[in-house]
Write a protein that binds this ligand. Structure first.
Ligand SMILES: Cc1cc2nc3c(=O)[nH]c(=O)nc-3n(C[C@H](O)[C@H](O)[C@H](O)COP(=O)(O)O)c2cc1C
Length: 147
């Protein structure tokens, strides 16, 4: 079974809750033969993560940057970027009113030449219907990119 991995970090559960919302929206949109795997970044399971057809990255905004645990995946996998290049990806950020970490996440995905779906989902509130519609639109773009 091919998989789409949601890799996220969350300390106070806002990003985790959004990861669950995204999983719930994406799951019925996936073509046959694909499943969603959710990996908390704290597991540091680089090999399990790498073996994914597409990636969804979730992070709180920490000092206008991605959380350290998420960044460790990019740091660790840099030498394997040629394998990962071109894979579909999207991202989501929760924040306290700033949200500049979207730029940092996009920069990382661009450095790896991932096929990144924009705009990055960004919110300082629990997901409302408007945000869910944005997530659905991003998931539709991601699904189109799956091979
Ligand atoms: C160490 C730390 C740094 C943070 N820096 C920012 C920041 O620069 N900009 C911002 O908007 N929110 C910032 N926040 C708020 C978090 O991004 C926000 O509360 C986030 O939704 C927490 O996600 P979580 O519940 O998944 O852990 C920071 C929080 C912490 C703990």
């Amino acid at each position: 079974m091919a998989k789409v991995t949601i890799l996220y970090y969350s300390k106070t559960n806002k990003t985790k809750a959004l990861a669950e919302v995204i999983k719930g929206i994406l799951d019925p949109m996936l073509p046959g033969g694909f499943e969603i795997e959710v990996i908390p970044a704290t597991t540091l399971e680089f090999e399990r993560f790498k073996d994914s057809a597409a990636f969804i990255f979730g992070t709180p905004d920490y000092f206008s940057d991605v959380a350290g645990y998420l960044k460790i995946f990019f740091d660790d996998l840099w030498e394997q970027r040629a394998d990962l290049q071109g894979r579909p990806a999207m991202g989501f950020v929760t924040h306290g009113g700033g949200g500049k970490a979207t730029g940092a996440l996009e920069h990382l995905c661009s450095s790896f030449k991932l096929n990144y779906v924009k705009p990055t989902i960004s919110t300082d509130k629990p997901a409302d219907e408007k945000l869910k519609a944005q997530i659905k639109a991003n998931c539709a773009k991601l699904v189109k990119l799956l091979k």
